[in-house]
Design a protein around this ligand. Structure first.
Ligand SMILES: Cc1cc2nc3c(=O)[nH]c(=O)nc-3n(C[C@H](O)[C@H](O)[C@H](O)COP(=O)(O)OP(=O)(O)OC[C@H]3O[C@@H](n4cnc5c(N)ncnc54)[C@H](O)[C@@H]3O)c2cc1C
Ligand SMILES: NC(=O)c1ccc[n+]([C@@H]2O[C@H](COP(=O)([O-])OP(=O)(O)OC[C@H]3O[C@@H](n4cnc5c(N)ncnc54)[C@H](O)[C@@H]3O)[C@@H](O)[C@H]2O)c1
Length: 471
């Protein structure tokens, strides 16, 4: 006998899980959310997007002060106040988390505070935080359990000690020097944070370029700009070991094309990736399969492969660990669960990555949508590409923001825009113009002939669009 019965249970009350639960409630489904965290809010609010961008905002202000001279201003930077930066972050995050907690507890659905584990495809047990255990049966479930930090075994790393993104995002200590392991989004954003505050920063990346899924011309702009600002950036490396010097500094040893090398610093930030939070869920009991990386295998409907009444969304399945996808997938899963449970006629909703959108809040920033050149080539899609640099664009020159470029990809036959990338000032904002154009399947000519105010950063899109339209 189960303690509770629901139409739909959601495991995880983060971005994907909350989106699924509120959508299920709007369909009239009897719904429960199960979350085992001591603090509600999910990764984005507590230890992801929002705290990292709050810290990065301080780094951006520091950079403005440090570069004031170039604008004819007298200002001097006297360093960072770690406790004040953390206090600002905590105030904002408490506010965001409090709002989400209110949404989870406002009575639209039941909230069980505990860890869920499947016992069959239609039942699970919850080890409640208060020490009790309950069992639940359900007609359908959405798995939105997120991801955790992954730390590969590197000789001496554990013994020497290191920080993770969780530590950095709630630390009031600004080290004098730091080595960042990895060259993904987390590594590069937090390297920008520290460098922006004036910390001596080293980045050690395995791949030949940082941000390995970007086109290399895009990644190279951030690499060059990072090096110009003083980040010691090593790419194409193999980490070998970590030791501690007699003077207390931490030393990272690695191989590169120049042979064995090392870097030493007060602290190490390990940012070598995250893994889906799937192993504690008892997925075998539910008949759910995972890929070798541990991600749950899903259909485009977000249904788990082979189990049409079970769904997975967000970081547990991918394909890209970002918040807006987790939310969209959560809504799709709940809509499809409702259609299945209530016999709603019509085709199920499906997730498409045609408008795959990614932003990196480095200096300069990156924004990307749709296909990269790498992907278009791999998929054999015929395309033309055009780009335009910020160092030849009036508004960015006025702003003193000269690094980077925009580029557009258009299908060679239809001329439809199939991808875009910005690396440069306000890239994470600028990319949205291309998202809208692609959403409505605009051609390069339609984008080129859309009015753009002068002088703005946005009008830079018209130059590659005109080039593509003229081909
Ligand atoms: C430092 C950092 C910066 C980031 N910056 C960005 C950014 O700028 N933009 C962006 O789009 N994305 C960013 N991301 C990624 C983004 O935060 C995640 O992709 C997103 O939050 C994942 O949402 P989710 O719903 O899948 O999982 P989560 O929000 O992690 O929710 C999972 C929930 O499940 C609960 N849970 C787990 N296991 C169980 C269980 N067995 N039983 C019950 N509950 C369970 C957890 O307690 C948690 O509350 C960042 C991530 C990090 C780490
Ligand atoms: N702005 C954003 O949207 C944003 C910001 C931060 C994180 N995120 C999301 O969070 C997820 C996790 O980010 P991440 O940066 O931790 O992961 P990631 O997988 O993107 O990057 C990890 C990096 O570490 C390297 N690496 C892994 N193992 C290694 C080893 N043994 N030796 C040397 N290098 C090694 C990889 O080559 C990779 O470059 C990302 O998928 C991203 O979608 C998004």
């Amino acid at each position: 006998m189960s303690d509770y019965q629901y139409d739909l249970v959601v495991i995880g009350g983060g971005s994907g899980g909350y989106a699924a639960a509120r959508t299920a409630h709007s369909h009239g489904l009897k719904t429960a959310v199960i979350d085992g965290a001591d603090e509600l809010g999910g990764l984005c609010i507590l230890r992801g997007c929002m705290p990292s961008k709050t810290l990065i905002e301080s780094a951006n202000r520091a950079r403005t002060i440090r570069e004031a001279d170039a604008f004819g201003l007298k200002a001097s930077y006297h360093g960072a106040d770690g406790p004040a930066i953390r206090a600002r972050k905590r105030t904002l995050i408490d506010d965001f988390a409090g709002y989400r907690q209110g949404q989870l507890e406002d009575g639209r659905f039941d909230l069980h505070r505990g860890f869920a584990k499947f016992t069959s495809p239609h039942s699970l047990d919850v080890a409640l935080r208060d020490g009790n255990q309950i069992s639940i049966t359900f007609r359908s479930a959405v798995i939105a359990a997120g991801s955790t930090i992954s730390t590969p075994p590197i000789d001496g790393l554990q013994e020497t000690g290191f920080l993770t993104s969780d530590d950095v995002l709630d630390s009031d200590h600004i080290p004098k020097s730091i080595i960042v392991l990895g060259g993904g989004a987390i590594a590069m954003e937090l390297a920008h944070y520290y460098e922006g505050l004036g910390v001596e920063t080293t980045v050690i990346q395995r791949s030949p370029h940082i941000l390995k899924d970007c086109d290399s011309d895009v990644a190279k702009v951030v690499e060059d700009a990072s090096r110009k600002r003083g980040i010691n950036l090593f790419t194409g490396t193999k980490l070998t070991s970590v030791t501690r010097d007699e003077d207390g500094l931490k030393r990272v040893h690695f191989d590169s094309e120049n042979g064995p090398q090392f870097a030493a610093a007060e602290e190490i930030l390990c940012a070598l990736g995250r893994k889906p939070n799937t192993s504690p869920l008892g997925l075998e009991a539910a008949g759910i399969t995972t890929s070798p990386s541990g991600h749950i295998k899903v259909e485009p409907t977000q249904a788990c492969v082979g189990q049409p009444h079970l769904f997975a969304v967000g970081d547990v399945c991918g394909p890209l660990e970002v918040v807006h996808l987790a939310i969209e997938q959560g809504e799709i899963a709940a809509d499809n669960a409702n259609a299945m449970l209530n016999g709603v006629a019509g085709e199920p909703r499906t997730f498409s990555d045609r408008l795959k959108l990614f932003g990196v809040f480095t200096e300069p920033q990156i924004g990307m949508v749709g296909l990269t050149e790498k992907e278009a080539k791999a998929e054999g899609i015929p395309y033309d590409v055009a780009d335009y640099p910020f160092d030849d664009h009036g508004k960015s020159m006025v702003m003193g923001e000269l690094h980077g470029f925009v580029k557009l990809l258009a299908h060679r036959e239809t001329k439809e825009i199939i991808g875009g990338a910005v690396v440069g000032p306000h890239a994470s904002e600028l990319i949205h113009e291309v998202v809208v154009a692609m959403r409505f399947r605009a051609t390069a000519e339609q984008l080129a002939t859309t009015p753009h105010y002068h002088p703005t950063l946005s009008e830079i899109w018209t130059y590659p669009a005109e080039d593509l339209a003229d081909l």
